[in-house]
Ligand binder design. Structure first.
Ligand SMILES: Nc1ncnc2c1ncn2[C@@H]1O[C@H](COP(=O)(O)OP(=O)(O)O)[C@@H](O)[C@H]1O
Ligand SMILES: [Mg+2]
Length: 270
């Protein structure tokens, strides 16, 4: 439904990617012939029902899996090279923090591992704490934080080596509605301040519409690109987006994609 602007530089290329798990009668085709591009500084959501291959696609981009066929490039590089060069940070549904390390120590871990000097990384982690609104909690331990705050730590940690790209797999789906909406708003502000390219997996239509520049709608069994939608939004205060007519129009338009295909109707899509 949209044509990407040709003067933009593709930061991610996914070209005819298929992914099969298992073999013989038990073979599952998670993804079939999936192709799209993500441009620099874009916020792109991968939206679809549970089991349509969203996590598989993100894991392929992150070099955590290899495609059965097809090709993926991150900034002109193989995902392995991109991973080794720390071209992306990842945030999962669960924050996976180290319980025995403070908030600040958790954020600093990737820099510590990469051999950044303590004098340098302490200043960076202070900036990141500020960015995610956790400066006052820097000496707390993960178990002293709410789920939303733990995800803020995970976001700061993913940004610590300053990768151009952030890969996020349903990072807010375990949070209550109020916390989720606050984090979504804050993520837009983080994006505005850091200029990252973000690929965000979700099964929520309003979440995808609220956050994204473009939405890649996937259909299930096997996972295919159903459509690619350019999100139009009204200018102004992001906190008001959800109340705008455009927002409701866009969610209706995206929802129609799922209603078109009877086998894509799924209670996981909200
Ligand atoms: N390691 C695996 N082994 C076998 N099947 C898998 C594996 N990972 C995912 N799948 C299957 O691939 C399909 C897509 O899964 P997934 O990418 O997790 O979907 P989503 O994230 O959209 O819910 C599902 O049918 C799932 O059962
Ligand atoms: Mg998933």
């Amino acid at each position: 439904m949209s044509t990407p602007k040709t003067n933009q530089q593709a930061e991610i290329v996914v070209d005819q990617v298929s992914m099969h798990f298992g073999s013989g009668e038990r073979q599952v085709t998670a993804l079939e012939n999936v192709s799209f591009e993500v441009y620099s500084n874009e916020f792109v959501s991968l939206l679809g029902p549970s089991g349509c291959g969203k996590s598989t696609l993100l894991r392929l981009m992150a070099d955590l899996l290899q495609p059965s066929t097809g090709y993926i490039a991150i900034g002109d590089q193989h995902p392995r090279e991109a991973r080794l060069k720390r071209k992306f940070g990842i945030v999962f549904q669960s924050a996976t923090l180290f319980e025995w390390r403070t908030v600040k120590d958790n954020i600093e871990l990737p820099m510590e591992i990469m051999g950044v000097k303590k004098s340098e990384y302490s200043a960076i982690s202070n900036q990141l704490l500020e960015l995610v609104g956790l400066s006052k909690f820097k000496d707390h331990y993960p178990w002293q934080l709410s789920g939303g705050m733990q995800q803020r730590v995970a976001i700061a940690r993913a940004l610590s080596l300053d990768p151009p790209l952030l890969l996020m797999d349903e990072p807010f789906s375990a949070l209550d509605e109020f916390t989720k909406e606050k984090l979504q708003l804050d993520l837009l502000e983080i994006k505005r301040q850091t200029n990252k390219t973000i690929v965000f997996v979700t099964h929520s239509i309003p979440e995808a519409v609220f956050l994204s520049d473009r939405i890649i709608v996937l259909s299930a069994h096997p996972g295919r690109v159903h459509s690619i939608i350019q999100v139009e939004r009204e200018e102004g205060n992001p906190a008001q987006i959800r109340k705008s007519e455009k927002f409701h129009e866009m969610t209706a338009l995206v929802r129609n994609c799922f209603n078109e295909e009877s086998d894509s109707r799924d209670e996981q899509i909200v």
